[in-house]
Ligand binder design. Structure first.
Ligand code: HSE
Length: 323
C-alpha cells in the first residue's frame, strides 16, 4: 500500500499517537445538550498503518475489562466505520488503546477513546475531515459503547471548551465562549454506574413546570458562559429532572453537594451519567479544597475515590507524536 497523500499532495505519516480528554457532560441541567472538556484524565490511542487490509487492536490499562473484538471496542470500531465510509477498506491499521480513564465513571471514557481513534485515522489519511465533520462518527461510537448516540461528551472532546449540542438529528453543535479562569473539581467514587443503566432509570415523561424550570436553566447557563457572568452560571446549575433520580445511585450525593457549596463552588452536580460528581469553581484553591474534602468524606463512608482538578481544555484532543 502506498502512503496516502493529503489534499495538498504532501505525504502523510504512517503512525500517530493522539490524546483525547475526559469530559463533563450535561453540566448539571443540560442533559445530552451541554458538555465541557477537561485536561485530565485522558485516553491515548496510537494507530499505525500497514498493508494487511485489516484493523487489529491491542489494549492496555483497562485490567482486561474492555472488549478486544474490533467491532465491539469503540476505538477500533470507529476506525473501521471511518475506513468503510470513506471507501478506504484496502488500508490496514494496528490500533493500540492506552486506557488511562476509569470505565463507567461519568467522565466520558468511551468518547475519549473514540475521539482519539478518529483523529488518529483522519490524520493518517490526509486530514480530509474537519473535527466537526468527525462528530457523526464519534457519536456513533457512543451508540456502540452504551446504546445511545448522545454527543455531549464527544463534541467537547473533539472541539474543546464548552459545547452546546442544539440538535442531534441533524447534528448541530456550537462551541461557546467561556471565562478562562474556571476550574473543575471532579471526584470519582469507585462504584460502577454504567451509562446504559443510568439512562434506563430516568422518567420517560416530564411535568411541564419542571420542564420550564429546566429550560430556563439551560438557557441561563448558556447565556452565563457567553457573557462571562459567573453568578448566572452558578444560579443556572440546577437540575430538577435528572439529578433527583440519578443521585440515588451515588452514596452521600447531597452531603457532597453541601460540602462543595460551603467551600465556595459556583455549582455542583453529577458528571455525565455518574457516579463522578463535579464542582465548577473560580479558583484552583477552591477546587483543591473540594476534592480534598469530598475524597475524605467518601473515605469515611468506606468508598475509595480518585480526584482531578482541571481548567477547561479549550483545544480538545491533540496529536502527541507522529512518524
Ligand atoms: N448525557 C449523557 C447522560 C452523558 O447523561 O446519560 C453520559 O456520559
Amino acid at each position: 500500500m502506498t502512503s496516502p497523500s493529503s489534499p495538498s499532495g504532501k505525504s502523510v505519516p504512517r503512525q500517530v499517537t493522539v490524546r483525547a480528554p475526559g469530559t463533563v457532560a450535561n453540566i448539571v441541567c443540560g442533559y445530552d445538550v451541554l458538555g465541557l472538556a477537561l485536561h485530565r484524565p485522558f485516553d491515548e490511542v496510537s494507530v499505525a498503518l500497514n498493508d494487511t487490509g485489516e484493523v487489529s487492536l491491542t489494549v492496555d490499562g483497562d485490567r482486561g475489562m474492555l472488549p478486544r473484538d474490533t467491532e465491539a471496542n469503540v476505538a477500533s470500531a470507529v476506525i473501521k466505520r471511518f475506513l468503510e465510509q470513506t471507501g478506504q477498506t484496502e488500508i490496514g491499521a494496528q490500533v493500540h488503546l492506552r486506557k488511562q480513564m476509569p470505565l463507567n465513571s461519568g467522565m466520558g471514557s468511551s468518547s475519549a477513546s473514540a475521539v482519539a481513534a478518529l483523529i488518529a485515522i483522519n490524520h493518517l489519511t490526509g486530514n480530509q475531515f474537519s473535527r466537526k465533520e468527525l462528530l457523526p462518527l464519534a457519536t456513533e461510537g457512543e451508540r456502540i459503547a452504551c446504546g445511545n448516540a448522545h454527543a455531549d461528551n464527544v463534541a467537547p472532546a473533539l472541539l474543546g471548551g464548552v459545547v452546546l449540542v442544539r440538535s442531534h438529528t441533524p447534528l448541530d453543535v456550537k462551541k461557546l465562549p467561556c471565562p478562562d479562569h474556571l476550574q473543575v473539581a471532579v471526584v470519582h467514587p469507585h462504584i460502577d454506574v454504567p451509562t446504559r443503566e443510568s439512562r434506563k432509570i430516568l422518567k420517560p415523561r416530564i411535568p411541564l413546570p419542571e420542564a420550564v424550570t429546566q429550560w430556563g436553566n439551560v438557557a441561563g447557563l448558556t447565556a452565563g458562559f457567553c457573557t462571562g457572568d459567573t453568578a448566572l452560571i452558578g444560579r443556572s446549575m440546577t437540575d430538577v429532572i435528572f439529578e433527583p433520580v440519578r443521585s440515588m445511585l451515588i452514596p452521600g450525593f447531597y452531603d457532597m453537594k453541601r460540602i462543595s457549596q460551603k467551600c465556595g463552588a459556583l455549582g455542583f452536580g453529577i458528571s455525565g451519567s455518574g457516579p463522578s460528581v463535579f464542582a465548577l469553581c473560580e479558583s484552583v484553591e477552591t477546587a483543591e479544597a473540594i476534592t480534598a474534602q469530598l475524597t475524605e468524606f467518601l473515605r469515611k463512608a468506606g468508598i475509595d475515590s480518585d480526584a482531578f482538578v482541571s481548567g477547561i481544555n479549550m483545544n480538545g484532543a491533540e496529536v502527541l507524536s507522529e512518524g
